[in-house]
Design a protein around this ligand. Structure first.
Ligand code: NAG
Ligand code: NAG
Ligand code: NAG
Length: 365
């Protein structure tokens, strides 16, 4: 058997999440001091009773505050997850009119999340995904008192000679914890059946679930060879998280294919245009169309695209035509210096010249 095909992928820092309401969001935890959270976790001064840790975290709902008290050592994971979710959102939307920019207040993303749009759907899913990711990894790394390595069952199709049992990312625990922590704020209030508010709450719950599932769906069985000088006489396998980038890419696809829904009189989400297929629990749903984000309108949370750098030859969202909303663009010549005409000299150094090149930078009018 070709052992070299088995690559052990060690992932670096875990990533994660964001979600929100107008008056503030738990995702804000991701913008607060993670180091401080970690320091507080390790001091264990706050084992009993109301902890200043939780009181100092802005954006938690009452239910989330109680969960914070119960699971204080999880909060650094929540924060890391939220922060990574924000970062991944900004990566995925870097070339789009709305670029997932944040504001300096407890709402994290500003008034944009007040609209029940695709963007809001994406942010909620990404945030939930982030927490699943970082908590699952924290369990595996032994950072939490209430969980450890994954105890998921052996996959049926795994080669019978291989051992199922390395220390895997604890996705079952990460999923469960995130479900409790993120969804609780949607269950704290009761809404009139069929109202806009109830629809918004159902939408959030659906997209939170889609985000959690994205992490589980992207995870994979990973194996490693053991044995004297790579003889591969023993192979162990476990469940492992994909990179958070893969989760982000997957959710961006879901954003592009999101389904428009409405809340019906029975208080359920139903599809708005019956010609489309029903969304599954893995898909994103939204209630309201997005603004076009072309012009600056801060009351809506749109920065507008004036001054954004665009690509003159691209037909995609980053192309000057779409990004500038047809307003046209300005072109500026910029001088860049780069290494060029590099020669390898025996032995051993590389000599390059410096070339000066003029490039055109286009920015939206
Ligand atoms: C988003 O675009 C605005 C300009 O519209 C720019 O100032 C900001 O730096 C961008 N943010 C990110 C995260 O790319
Ligand atoms: C900004 O958007 C809001 C909501 O769509 C709209 O009522 C308002 O007129 C807009 N303001 C400007 C300055 O365009
Ligand atoms: C602009 O878009 C074209 C076509 O998609 C692509 O080949 C090129 O690399 C892009 N340029 C930059 C600077 O991103």
């Amino acid at each position: 058997m070709a052992c070299k095909n088995w690559v052990l992928v060690l992932l670096g820092v875990s990533l994660a999440a964001a979600a929100s309401t107008r008056s503030g969001t738990w995702i804000n935890v991701g913008l607060q001091g993670i180091r401080q959270l970690e320091a507080m976790r390790t001091t264990e001064l706050y084992e009993v009773g109301a902890s200043p840790l939780c009181a100092n975290l802005n954006g938690l709902s009452p239910g989330q505050g109680r969960l914070c008290q119960l699971y204080q050592d999880h909060m650094a994971g929540v924060a890391r997850g939220a922060r990574a979710g924000i970062a991944e959102c900004q990566h995925q939307f870097r070339d789009r009119r709305w670029n997932c920019s944040t504001v300096e207040d407890g709402t994290v993303f500003g008034p944009v999340l007040g609209i029940a749009s695709r963007e809001t759907a994406f942010v909620h899913a990404m945030a939930a995904a982030g927490v699943v990711y970082s908590v699952s990894r924290a369990c595996r790394d032994g950072q939490l008192s209430s969980c450890g390595c994954s105890r998921s069952g052996r996959p049926r199709d795994l080669n019978r000679e291989w051992i199922w049992g390395g220390c895997g990312d604890n996705l079952e625990y990460g999923y469960k914890f995130t479900q409790g922590f993120v969804d609780v704020r949607e269950r704290e209030r009761s809404y009139k059946r069929g109202s806009r508010e109830q629809g918004r709450s159902l939408m959030n719950l659906h997209n939170n679930e889609a985000g959690r599932r994205a992490v589980v769906k992207k995870s994979k069985v990973t194996c490693k060879c053991h044995g004297v000088s790579g003889s591969c006489s023993l192979i162990t396998c476990w469940q492992q998280l994909a990179s958070f980038r893969e989760v982000g890419d997957y959710l961006l696809d879901k954003y592009d294919g999101a389904t428009e829904v409405r809340v019906n009189r029975r208080g359920r989400l139903s599809i708005r245009d019956p010609r489309f297929t029903l969304p599954t629990a893995n898909d994103l749903v939204y209630l309201e169309d997005s603004p076009n984000f072309c012009l600056r309108n801060l009351s809506m949370g749109s920065l507008g695209t004036q001054g954004r750098v665009c690509n003159r030859t691209s037909a995609g969202m980053d192309g000057c035509n779409l990004l500038c909303c047809g307003r046209g663009y300005n072109t500026q010549k910029t001088i860049v210096r780069e290494r060029c005409e590099c020669k390898f000299h025996w032995c051993c150094f590389v000599e390059c010249k410096t070339c000066v090149k003029s490039v055109d930078v286009h920015t939206c009018k």
